[in-house]
Design a binder for this molecule. Structure first.
Ligand SMILES: NC(=O)c1ccc[n+]([C@@H]2O[C@H](COP(=O)([O-])OP(=O)(O)OC[C@H]3O[C@@H](n4cnc5c(N)ncnc54)[C@H](O)[C@@H]3O)[C@@H](O)[C@H]2O)c1
Length: 319
């Protein structure tokens, strides 16, 4: 029989963690949501309430469902409150020393039966697991961005993960309405191993000034049929996280040039241009965390947008 997950912990409420909290709470599971300090906790809380507020406005959630969802989440600073949870998903920055420190502490505070999962995109789950005394209960649970929307979860098993633990996590993914794919511990797993070479190549094209950011994104959106262009996607992922993912894949994946981070990414991170989360990346947004792009010095109006606008104008004036 699959294990029951009545309460879970989520550590780190940034781009990914706040969405992962929402996924669990939406599916009736109590969540202890953990951040490093009060300011970050408030940001995480605001992301969650903003997201469920939009779901209510779009008619995807009733007000009662929203209240019940928020009532299932307990926000707290520090890991001490995770003693009773059945599973923890860690979503702190993509840096091995931070992850290892968190897992050492999780191993101390969590009950012996708890499963410890990392949302890492590229780091070795095995190297994280061996910081604990329960490496057989450590897995990767790699959600995609935005977690409440994206259907896929990559489940990463290491050579020492118990088969029942993998089966329990797969069953949990199904309960969350997700589709899981299970993979061994290799850098970038499936999706990022294929995706990040392309994203990096797009930045190289842009930094070599072949093309404007709008034309580059329009080409992949309208020409390749992707939901968004690569620079828009990098802004959504976060430039800091993207840099770390590329750098790790480059080092772990045999120094394949495709994954050597384009210099522009590192320069943007150093300048604090992290993408949507900081309000500016390849594009400028109307505030930190906002999805709304505002014009800036680099803005070029794209032909298809002009056509759309002028057709609308023609139609409106014809009425
Ligand atoms: N951004 C994406 O699109 C994406 C997609 C899938 C997986 N991931 C992975 O998810 C993880 C988190 O990435 P992110 O983009 O959400 O990062 P982020 O920088 O947006 O958020 C990280 C959060 O962790 C918090 N944090 C730092 N130290 C902490 C601690 N000791 N205790 C509790 N919280 C702490 C930070 O305050 C921050 O809010 C990374 O491993 C990343 O590779 C990211």
């Amino acid at each position: 029989m699959a294990r029951d997950f009545n309460s879970v912990g989520v550590v780190g409420l940034g781009t990914m963690g706040a969405g992962i909290v929402e996924v669990f709470a939406r599916n009736g599971i109590d969540v202890v949501a953990v951040e490093v300090d009060e300011a970050a906790l408030e940001r995480g809380r605001a992301t969650l309430t903003g997201s469920v507020g939009r779901a209510v406005a779009r008619g995807k959630l009733t007000e009662q469902e929203r209240d019940a969802l928020l009532g299932r989440v307990r926000f707290t600073v520090g890991l001490q409150s995770l003693g009773d949870v059945d599973l923890v998903v860690e979503a702190v920055p993509e840096q091995m020393p931070i992850k290892r420190r968190i897992f050492e502490e999780l191993d101390r505070v969590c009950k012996p039966s708890a499963i410890l999962a990392t949302n890492t995109s590229s780091l070795s789950v095995t190297d994280i697991a061996v910081t604990t005394r329960r490496p057989n209960q450590v897995v990767g649970m790699h959600f995609f961005n935005p977690a409440p929307v994206m259907k896929l979860v990559e489940v990463i098993r290491t050579v020492v993960t118990d088969a029942e633990v993998v089966a329990d996590v797969e069953a949990l993914c199904a309960r969350l309405g997700k589709v899981d794919v299970t993979i061994a511990d290799r850098a970038g797993f499936i999706a990022n191993a294929l995706l990040f070479g392309y994203l990096n190549q797009a930045v190289r094209m842009y930094e070599a000034r072949y093309v404007s950011r709008e034309d580059l994104d329009a080409a992949m959106k309208l020409g390749a049929g992707l939901p968004m262009g690569p620079l828009t996607l990098l802004d959504l992922i976060g430039l800091d996280t993207s840099f770390q993912v590329l750098d790790t894949m480059y080092r772990r994946g045999g120094r394949d040039r495709r994954h050597a981070p384009a210099p522009l990414i590192e320069q943007m991170v150093a300048a604090g241009l992290l993408g949507r989360k900081s309000g500016r990346g390849f594009y400028t947004y109307d505030g930190p965390g906002s999805p709304v792009v505002v014009p800036d010095a680099l803005t070029t109006v794209h032909l298809y947008e002009v056509q759309r606008t002028s057709w609308r104008g023609v139609l409106a004036s014809a009425k």
